[in-house]
Design a protein around this ligand. Structure first.
Ligand code: FES
Length: 108
């Protein structure tokens, strides 16, 4: 049994050299929304869901990105409604939100 049922990591990397990064595409807002929605749904904690910050996950071209374990499902998102859908369907319901899945060939 895993300590967390789902563990989601958000890239919050910010580059200061002018190169693109997830932080320039509202990654922090996505992380904050996910954290608050998971908590509001009573999903946070052991046996439930953990929402973590991460540095660059090396899939910057699809940013902002987040990855859910143990499935290893990669997502890209635009706004709060995307995050709400990931929380409701995947983190709560265990179903992948196909329309937000990052294509496999997206890298740095
Ligand atoms: S800056 Fe977010 S994946 Fe690289």
């Amino acid at each position: 049994m895993n300590y967390y049922r789902h563990h989601i990591f958000f890239c919050l990397n910010k580059r200061e050299n002018g190169e693109d990064s997830c932080a320039q595409h509202a990654a922090q807002a996505g992380f904050d929304r996910c954290k608050s929605q998971v908590k509001a749904a009573g999903l946070a904690g052991p046996g439930g869901v953990r929402v973590n910050k991460a540095g660059c996950l090396d899939r910057c071209a699809g940013g902002p990105v987040a990855v859910v374990y143990p499935e290893g499902t990669w997502y890209t998102f635009v706004d709060e409604s995307d995050i709400d859908e990931i929380v409701e369907h995947h983190l709560k319901g265990g179903e992948v939100v196909e329309r937000l899945v990052l294509p496999p060939n997206v890298g740095r």
